[in-house]
Design a protein around this ligand. Structure first.
Ligand code: 0WD
Length: 263
């Protein structure tokens, strides 16, 4: 039990395929308690139904991560519900399709601002709002989700830039939060078929190429990401902060697929 008695807020569940949902399931499996947030009323019923399927009393709050007012409200509600927060999961990203697809040189300033605001700045927004509760924990831990920022993936475009900003923001937040004994890390997940992934054109090819490139010969599952998340959220990882941990079946270490170098 990696998270016995630990209280974790998970932001970014859209449906059953969401990485955030796999993280929530792993937290529960490891003995922790979970509260979920949903972005808006469009997603509310789906997220509440998921919550109900594991625990009828699981707290669910509305939270558009771009709203500091809503973030403060959720912090207030958690203060009443739990009084402390041991883990915060930021599993949120968005870029307008018309700015994501055509290529980075065609990204509008508005599209750039939206992508970096929602996909990177909101990590800081949520961490700031939850800090008073995280500081009360003996093992406060914040976790975000990124994707292999050291490389260029055609079609990932402005989202790749946003993820690079997210990773830098994660490291600076790690510095700010560290003296309060709150850790901040990121998981760089391999490609997984989710709602957000479907917005990236050619995602099917990323999955195919990824599994061909991978030393393990396959892609990762959301469950594998959830398991690593449970480790990073809990006291077993108490010495790890400011890191990007790759959960990608080794894909990121490879240049070209093995097939390309064999006759
Ligand atoms: O291959 C993948 N799926 C990978 C995803 C590989 C590596 C990293 N990631 C990252 C994503 O970039 C994201 O940061 O993992 C995180 C979770 O993404 P996901 O699980 O792949 O996708 P999804 O289930 O769609 O969850 C992302 C959710 C949004 O869903 P939709 O698709 O409806 O936009 O982020 C949420 C929203 O629910 N979201 C917001 N939540 C609160 N406030 C906001 C917002 N403003 N915008 C988006």
């Amino acid at each position: 039990m990696l998270l016995e008695g630990k209280k974790v807020l998970v932001a970014g569940v859209a449906n059953r395929s969401s990485i955030a949902w796999a993280v929530a399931e792993a937290v529960l499996r490891e003995g922790g308690q979970v509260a979920l947030t949903y972005q808006n009323q469009r997603l509310e019923q789906r997220v509440r139904d998921l919550a109900q399927s594991v625990d009828p009393h699981l707290p669910c709050y509305e939270l558009d991560a771009s709203s500091s007012e809503q973030a403060a409200e959720v912090a207030d509600m958690l203060a009443k519900e739990w009084g402390v927060l041991d883990g915060l999961v930021h599993s949120i990203a968005f870029a307008p399709k018309e700015d994501l697809t055509p290529g980075i040189l065609k990204t509008s300033l508005d599209g750039w601002n939206t992508a970096l605001h929602i996909s990177a700045y909101t990590l800081l927004e949520l961490t700031r709002a939850m800090m008073p509760l995280l500081e009360k924990s003996e093992s406060g831990s914040v976790l975000t989700l990124t994707y292999d920022t050291g490389k260029v993936y055609p079609n990932y475009n402005v989202m790749g830039v946003a993820k690079a900003a997210l990773e830098a923001a994660m490291r600076y937040a790690c510095w700010d939060a560290g003296r309060k004994q709150v850790r901040v890390n990121a998981i760089s997940a391999g490609p997984i078929k989710t709602l957000a992934a479907r917005g990236i054109s050619g995602f099917g090819n990323m999955l195919d190429e990824g599994s061909r490139k991978s030393p393990l010969g396959r892609n990762v599952t959301a469950e594998e990401v959830g398991n690593t998340a449970a480790f990073l959220l809990g006291p077993a990882s108490s010495g790890i902060t400011g890191q990007v941990v790759f959960v990608d079946a080794g894909q990121s270490i490879m240049g070209v697929p093995a097939a390309a170098t064999t006759a």
